[in-house]
Design a protein around this ligand. Structure first.
Ligand SMILES: [Zn+2]
Ligand SMILES: [Zn+2]
Length: 334
């Protein structure tokens, strides 16, 4: 848009200047601000001044620009650029000029800088070559103006077309992007729906599983109850059995010397059986059996019987078993 207005300004400037000088034989010069595109006419009858001063032809409001920084002057059909002993200098085609006047050519660049390596103020010197051409009458000048205008208008038209094309392209791009976004939205909506369906399905499955779990948990509880009952029922006969064994041990396998269950059962030749240690102790004092009073000639350790009694004690378990194990261990030391 900026270029557009700059070109319009150009057209206006060209028209006004042409009208003024169309019938003159003198060259026409302009200085174009390359930042804004603005054209300023360089008149031949007065100096063209670059500077900070308000009355300058081109005012540059910068502290590093002198009030009267540089001048373009006209003499003998030529334009000259001169630096007015400025502090930061004047640059022609990016080269600093000394204090001599330099002749300006069409397209020369005039620049100013504060040495920060940027060309903030850049101007183009434009020279129209009307001097070389034969004198033009009003008609020719008008024709030329017309041509120039047509050219500018064509350029503008081209610019407008270009802008239109760009606009079309960006609209097309935006539409394309929109359709892509729509597609994505549709896809994600579909995915979302699928996810929802799946979630519902899973919830149903979960509920069913919980139901099943509850049922098996109930069954398990029942099973445990029946098992407990059965165990309680089973315990009773075992207790009875244990009592019977206990009675057996006390009645049939009791040593009649110590009145305890026989340890290392030993049988005398009269067939009476006692603990081995009890019998030995007894025989050291008397040679008669404590039960039948027969003379004892020899004694025999009954391994089978001893093992049998030990096994019965093991079946009973508990204190009886522990006592027997302890006594067996003790008897080994004697
Ligand atoms: Zn005994
Ligand atoms: Zn005896």
């Amino acid at each position: 848009m900026h270029i557009f207005f700059t070109m319009l300004e150009d057209i206006k400037n060209v028209m006004s200047s042409k009208r003024l000088n169309s019938d003159s034989n003198t060259p026409q010069a302009f200085v174009q601000d390359l930042k804004t595109g603005k054209l300023s006419e360089v008149k031949i009858d007065s100096n063209f001044l670059f500077g900070r001063a308000k009355q300058s032809s081109i005012v540059i409001e910068e502290l590093y620009i002198s009030r009267s920084h540089s001048t373009i002057s006209y003499a003998n059909g030529q334009f000259f650029l001169e630096d007015n002993n400025s502090f930061t200098g004047t640059y022609l085609n990016y080269k600093k000029i000394s204090n001599v006047k330099v002749q300006l050519q069409n397209g020369d660049l005039i620049a100013y800088t504060d040495r920060s390596n940027t060309w903030e103020y850049l101007y183009k010197f434009c020279l129209s070559n009307s001097k070389k051409k034969p004198r033009l009458d009003e008609e020719n000048a008008a024709l030329k103006d017309n041509k120039l205008l047509k050219l500018k208008i064509n350029k503008l038209q081209a610019l407008i077309n270009e802008l239109k094309q760009e606009n079309k392209e960006s609209i097309h791009n935006a539409r394309f992007a929109m359709s892509n976004v729509k597609k994505l939205i549709n896809k994600s909506t579909e995915l979302n729906k699928n996810l929802k369906d799946k979630t519902i399905e899973l919830q149903i499955q979960n509920r069913e599983l919980i139901k099943k779990l509850n049922i098996s948990s109930e069954q398990c509880e029942k099973l445990k109850e029946s098992l407990d009952t059965k165990t309680a029922q089973d315990e009773e006969p075992i207790e009875i059995f244990k009592t019977q064994i206990n009675r057996l041990l006390e009645n049939d396998f009791q040593c009649s010397i110590c009145n305890e269950v026989m340890l290392r059962a030993s049988t005398a030749n009269c067939n009476h059986t006692f603990c081995e240690s009890c019998l030995n102790k007894w025989l050291s004092k008397s040679k008669l059996c404590p039960v039948c009073r027969s003379i004892v000639h020899n004694t025999t350790y009954c391994l089978a019987l001893d093992n049998y009694i030990t096994n019965l004690c093991d079946i009973l378990g508990g204190t009886i078993k522990e006592q027997r194990t302890a006594l067996q261990r003790e008897s080994k030391y004697f």
